[in-house]
Design a protein around this ligand. Structure first.
Ligand SMILES: Cc1ncc(COP(=O)(O)O)c(C=O)c1O
Length: 381
């Protein structure tokens, strides 16, 4: 059951504006809003609607189940699902007009069979592994995948709506792999073209490439994290103006005075240097606050930045008010856009040696998402 004392406030207006900014950064391309992993923790359907309100014309998910949820909510825009493990509900996906990202030649046959079952042609995006070495068809098998898709297209079983790939190091501007992957992608497109495939959309760019590498925009860009307002290349001028959409906060559950030398929380990893007022913040690692934030995580409490005192527990952590006091029931803000003095998800990530993607996606289901700023006519549900 969701808590009433903690919330992740999601500024849907910021998501729409971020997508508008990204579209200005890629004026010749359409934008796919990436909403996998529950919209990077922001709530998939509200995030999807906010992205569409900002001008996204496609949505992207990892799994078919996520895409089916989008269809069940009544959204009819093209949705691509790009991880298809064995047993993925391919026929249901085809029936629901979900575009399928294909990473093996064998999957072409399986999708063609699913199209027969569904009684309609599948929509397929062939995914080339241009050097990420994760999903995607490797260069040696690409001609085989393309030929299989061309045959199935000729039989009317599928339509190759897209050809795409994904970067390994686009968040490191100037990394040689970016140009190398782009070149391999051009080769893959040429092979597809020679086989007679005419995809509507060729797409390669994630957020960092959208913001820094116009030559990778092709017909469609696929921003995820930047649509939620986190700039994966903080120096990129094109990303100035992105606004983080999520604010994570909780009401202080209690404030207590303890003597100097008190060991605080499990393991006594913090000891009060003097008599101290401590605030108990009811969010823990079960809610996505990393346990590694013990004695490290920054929090805005009673108007000042403070640091988590002692071990982060499952449901709570303590903050030393450092001579100040705080009202029980007032908010402790873990992260947000930063303009109210609160830390950002980027700062949390930097302190913990991770990326802000992990900070926002790990916020757990016990924390209710509270939506603000939805554009008129856009239903937040
Ligand atoms: C295939 C694909 N495209 C686009 C994205 C969006 O990436 P980002 O959040 O860096 O914009 C992802 C996310 O990992 C992805 O897997």
């Amino acid at each position: 059951m969701p808590s009433s004392h903690a919330e992740a406030r999601i500024d849907l207006g910021a998501i729409s504006e971020n997508v508008e900014l990204l579209r200005r950064a890629a004026p010749g391309a359409q934008a796919m809003g990436v909403v996998k992993a529950d919209g990077y923790g922001h709530g998939m359907l509200p995030a999807a609607r906010a992205m569409l309100a900002g001008g996204a014309t496609w949505l992207g998910t990892a799994f078919v189940e996520e895409a089916l949820e989008i269809r069940a909510a009544g959204l009819t825009v093209p949705v691509v699902a790009w991880i298809l493990p064995p047993g993925a509900p391919l026929a249901a996906a085809v029936a629901a007009d979900i575009d399928l990202g294909v990473s093996t030649p064998e999957l072409v046959g399986e999708i063609a069979a699913a199209a027969r079952t569904a009684g309609r042609p599948a929509r397929v995006h062939l995914k080339a592994d241009t050097g990420l070495t994760r999903g995607g068809v490797t260069a040696d098998r690409w001609p085989e995948a393309v030929a299989a898709a061309a045959r199935a297209e000729a039989e009317g079983l599928l339509r190759v709506t897209g050809v795409f790939s994904h970067f390994a190091c686009a968040d490191e501007p100037g990394h040689p792999s970016i140009a190398a992957q782009t070149a391999v992608f051009h080769d893959a497109l040429a092979v597809a073209e020679r086989a007679g495939l005419r995809p509507e959309v060729r797409h390669l760019a994630n957020s960092p490439a959208t913001l820094t590498r116009p030559e990778t925009h092709f017909d469609l860009v696929r921003p995820g994290v930047s649509a939620y307002g986190i700039n994966p290349v903080p120096d990129a001028p094109a990303g100035r103006g992105l606004r983080p959409a999520m604010t994570l906060r909780a009401r202080i559950a209690l404030v207590k005075r303890v003597p100097a030398g008190s060991g605080v929380s499990y393991g006594h990893r913090y000891t009060t240097p003097g008599p101290a007022d401590l605030a108990l913040v009811p969010l823990g690692y079960a809610d996505g606050v990393p346990r590694a934030a013990t004695n490290t995580g920054p929090v805005l409490v009673a108007g000042r930045r403070r640091t988590i005192a002692g071990t982060v527990c499952m449901d709570q952590f303590m903050v030393d008010l450092d001579g100040d006091t705080a009202d029980p029931g007032s908010y402790a803000v873990l992260f947000g856009p930063g303009d109210g003095g609160e830390p950002t998800a980027q700062e949390w990530a930097d302190l913990l040696g991770t990326i802000p993607y992990e900070i926002v996606t790990r916020v757990g289901p016990r924390v209710p998402r509270v939506y603000t700023g939805a554009r008129t006519g856009v239903d937040a549900g």
